[in-house]
Design a protein. Sequence first.
Length: 191
Amino acid sequence: MAPSLHPSVDSGIKKGDANKAGGKLYCHCSNNKVEVTLGSNVAHNHACGCSKCWKPSGALFSVVGVLPADQVHVTANANKIHIVDEAAAIQRNACKECGVHMYGRIVNDHPFKGLDFVHTELSDSKGWQEPQFAAFVSSIIEQGFDPKGMDEVRQKFKKEGLESYDVLSPALMDLIATYTAQKSGKLSSKL
């Protein structure tokens, strides 16, 4: 049986709506759900194989996108939120009861500071940007996945039209490199 990458990939990727204006995310608690309101659609939505991202039960990958931090607001049961690892670059804010990661915020100096990471599958509305690529694919091996199955994983992503990377997509890696070069003074910050 083929491994489950993520429900939104396994069942065929559905195109999102470029005009989606936002929506709400909910934790998995049966009552007093944490509610997070997003003021826009996400960008750079992707399957992520890193060990830090929250994944649905049985899935090898999360699907996570970004949007400006000022478009992310906890609108119900904020008292249930805690930061999973305060030392991590992305501070993942999760529900204390069900463990679902509601949003990840970068608070330290980082190329993606000002962006929050979210899992749109936690929304009951449709039209969110579909996954654009797969990142940190080989990281699933570090979590116990048999390396012999990696060709099958990459083939499944390819079948769905997603490029597989063992880091981020080239466009995002370019942004990180640009940020680093500007910080070091090797590149003008007026680009």
